[in-house]
Design a protein around this ligand. Sequence first.
Ligand SMILES: NC(=O)C[C@H](N)C(=O)O
Length: 337
Amino acid sequence: MKHLLLLGTGGTIACKRGENGLTPLLTGDELLSYVPDAKKFCEVETVQVLNIDSTNMHPKHWLKLAQVLEENYDDYDGFVICHGTDTMAYTAAAMSYLVQHSSKPIVITGAQKPIDLDVTDARTNLLDSLRFAASERAHGVTIVFDGKVIAGTRGKKERSKSYNAFSSINFPYLAVIQDEHILYYIDDKWQDRESVRFYHEMDSQVSLLKLIPSMDSSLLDYMAEHYDAVVIESFGVGGLPSYESGDFYSSIEKWISMGKVVVMTTQVTQEGSNMSVYEVGQKIKNAFGLIESYDMTLEATVTKLMWILGQTKDHDKVREMFYETINHDILWNTGRR
Ligand SMILES: NC(=O)C[C@H](N)C(=O)O
């Protein structure tokens, strides 16, 4: 029988209703008591790493989770992290970078409703996650939610209330779970022959600027004083305004001359960016050799930068690491550096 470790971090799945709304209070052991059927296929031990609403999730918590995984890695066959849904996609991406080449499954799950309600998605999600973590063909970091298995770098919370809250962006689901059956769409466990590797550094000085029409670049100048990297969420396939009041050209020049990192992405969720299409994108990208996210999610882009900048600040190395595919995070990178 598979031996699993459940890591409790809080989130709605572990919430109880109090005077000020839902608060995470249940422990991992209490969560397990709601899924007695799990005993049929796995033995589970628990560790309470945190008990927070995932709104409060921070890179220091990701490092802590990676540390707990590293300390326990040899003693278990798989891991299930119970987590709030709000920042789950960030945590799943962060864990994809902090724990690479894991032949053991590291499954992240949660729920839209607390596990102690009569009507809830929590019990199904937890049971599915344990089932997936106990399966022979599962590996690496994934999200299991509403019967879908999503690569850790491809998840996004697209619905704030419904049970089908998570989508896999620009990438197929890895598998679906229907009752006790797991149907694998991507079955690639045996392709990764490298040994598991844990990382211990992240740079949280990564910022995000979302463009709206009329915006000028003064915010970007301010951010340059305070951050090591900025992700700019532009429009469509990507570009930067060239109207007179918005001098993005000299703001980007400032970032680059300070040796800091600018990554271009798009605020359109599906299909990603391609800055070479329009003059508003191509000119500025070529002038400064800007890095571009292409088909990556914002969650993966942000956490990948935090992970890379924790290892190096060298611009060429940052670019090289950014375009390297990790846990299916980018497909558009070949020959486009
Ligand atoms: N459904 C949830 O888990 C939402 C909650 N606010 C959290 O992210 O912790």
